[in-house]
Design a protein around this ligand. Structure first.
Ligand code: FAD
Ligand code: AMP
Length: 480
């Protein structure tokens, strides 16, 4: 019989939510164990970091960068007077670079666990029982099953790709994010279902590397969550220069894999039926919370109708001392949101009073141009009847953007018409992912557009576009 190991806090899942929660708990003097079942597909070894590090944020950004470099060499170096002949593409090397980056980071979490005295256990965790002293969790690993007992439990089991009903995801012909990040060659005709963040990022990578990419989106609009103006600009850029074929209002009714191709049937916005053949298909129709394997019934843990764990503002579930964070609960499915909830939950367990403000979580789409925003969109303000003033500055008028050769897009700032408090900032353009941080700080500190307008911004820098957008709210932009 194996001994039960006892901890103050057991975290289930070592994604950006779980591993951060375990580290923070340990920093605060609690004994913490982090249980995770992810295995590297090639080596079969445990690989920490969850979706984000293994098959999400990090590998996608590595491939986006590689594909952008390829695009630059082919189409952008010429205007700098740099001539390059016989450009070649080795997808194997590109993938090996991506795998190395992922491997360094997943191993890095093992190091962070050791440094912070977090116990790491590999295996699938499920609730076994609850009692007056806490919870027992059965962990099924390669060497057998062990029981972990803990007073507090943090569920950070993340999400998985939503499969297309009735169609097997084999990650060869019909792929989710895992397959789409691991192609060993550029497909000639790539189909993507879903024009969300993942569909657009994956489509951009393989389009730039030479695939003919068709994206089918069921909704009539494009990027409905983003500011309308940004979405329009993005649609123009993606379907124009980049050459993605994006069909909105396209309802996919059937997917039929054959030997080396896959047939997709869909109805367009006019009701006309189409049948298209692709060499590979990526299904990117959203992600679903990963709660199925938790044995929630054993302890009476409450899920909502869609499989998410029901939590309050402090991430407390219906069970005493059981918390849930990240993709498995309400709010945006973003790594930084998961991590902040992880920190907050650990601090709550340690008796502190932390707070995560979901209204100031920045959204980023790492396409080219990048898209980033925080706060309210113009259409949300209109719908809520809030009077606002808007300032907008195009990157075409930024010296730094011109030098970079990235002149598409703009920064738009929305501020309350009466108080001037900033309500939303929307960016499409170079390094939007970095620029948005200034806006996040501004919103968190309740800044006015006047505050940003009076702050000195370096010249020439992309941040001047933020400065000018702020000046524009008061109709006193200087360089446009
Ligand atoms: P996850 O990262 O999903 O981790 C959960 C972990 O728990 C996994 O290792 C899983 O195997 C394990 N697990 C599940 N059940 C059990 C169990 N019962 N026992 C033991 N272990 C279990 N977000 C961004 O912010 N920026 C981006 O650029 C970005 N890019 C993305 C690109 C792609 C292609 C994808 C798919 C996602 C991307 N995301 C991005 C989203 C981001 O990956 C998720 O929001 C984030 O990983 C969620 O973190 P998490 O800790 O909640 O869960
Ligand atoms: P995201 O949630 O950002 O990953 O985006 C998923 C996208 O897929 C959303 O824009 C959905 O509208 C879209 N989608 C969901 N189901 C289908 C479907 N059957 N056909 C086409 N698009 C879909």
């Amino acid at each position: 019989m194996t001994m039960t190991r006892q901890f103050d806090v057991a975290v289930i899942g070592a994604g950006p939510g779980g591993y951060v929660a375990a580290i923070r708990a340990s920093q605060l003097g609690l004994s913490a164990v982090c249980i995770d079942d992810w295995k590297h597909p090639a080596t079969g070894k445990a690989s920490l970091g969850g979706t984000c590090l293994n098959v999400g944020c990090i590998p996608s950004k590595a491939l986006l960068e590689s594909s952008e470099n390829y695009e630059r060499v082919l189409h952008k170096f010429g205007e700098h007077g740099i001539g390059v002949k016989d450009v070649t593409l080795d997808v194997g090397i590109m993938q090996a670079r991506k795998d190395k980056i992922v491997g360094d980071f997943t191993n890095g979490i093992g190091y962070l666990f050791k440094k912070n005295k977090v116990t790491s256990v590999h295996g699938h965790g499920r609730f076994a029982a609850s009692g007056p002293n806490g919870y027992s969790i059965e962990v099924a690993g390669d060497a057998g099953t062990e029981t972990i007992a803990a007073k507090y439990v943090v569920i950070a089991t993340g999400s998985v790709a939503r499969p297309f009903p009735g169609v097997e995801t084999d990650n060869k012909l019909v792929c989710d994010n895992i397959g789409a990040l691991a192609f060993d060659a550029v497909p000639k005709r790539l189909g993507i279902i879903g024009a969300g963040v993942i569909g657009l990022e994956m489509g951009s990578v393989w389009r730039r590397l030479g695939a003919e990419v068709t994206i089918l989106e069921a909704l009539p609009g494009f990027l409905a969550l983003a500011d309308e103006h940004v979405a329009q600009e993005a649609f123009r850029a993606f379907t124009g220069q980049l050459g993605l074929k994006i069909y909105t209002g396209a309802k996919v009714s059937a997917i039929t894999p054959a030997k080396a191709t896959v047939k997709v049937e869909y109805e367009d916005r006019n009701g006309t039926r189409h049948r298209v053949d692709f060499d590979r298909l990526v299904v990117a129709i959203g992600r679903i919370p990963n709660t199925a394997g938790l044995n929630a019934e054993a302890v009476g843990l409450k899920l909502d109708g869609r499989g998410y764990l029901d939590v309050d503002a402090q991430c407390r579930t219906n069970l005493p001392n059981v918390f849930a964070i990240g993709d498995v609960v309400r709010g945006p499915m973003l790594a930084h949101k998961s991590s902040e909830e992880g920190v907050a939950v650990a601090e709550t367990i340690a008796g502190q009073s932390p707070h995560v403000n979901l209204d100031t979580v920045p959204w980023v789409i790492y396409t080219s141009p990048e898209i980033a925003w925080v706060g309210k969109t113009e259409q949300e303000l209109k719908a809520a009847g809030i009077e606002y003033r808007a300032g907008q500055f195009p990157f075409a008028a930024s010296g730094r953007a011109r030098a970079l050769g990235e002149t598409g897009g703009f920064v738009k700032m929305l501020a309350d018409a009466r108080t001037d408090r900033i309500l939303g900032v929307h960016i499409i353009g170079p390094f939007a992912s970095e620029l948005i941080s200034e806006a996040v700080v501004a919103l968190e500190f309740g800044a006015s557009s006047e505050d940003i307008a009076r702050i000195v911004h370096a010249h020439p820098s992309l941040s001047e576009a933020m400065h000018e957008a702020a000046l524009g709210v008061d109709k006193r932009a200087l360089n446009i």
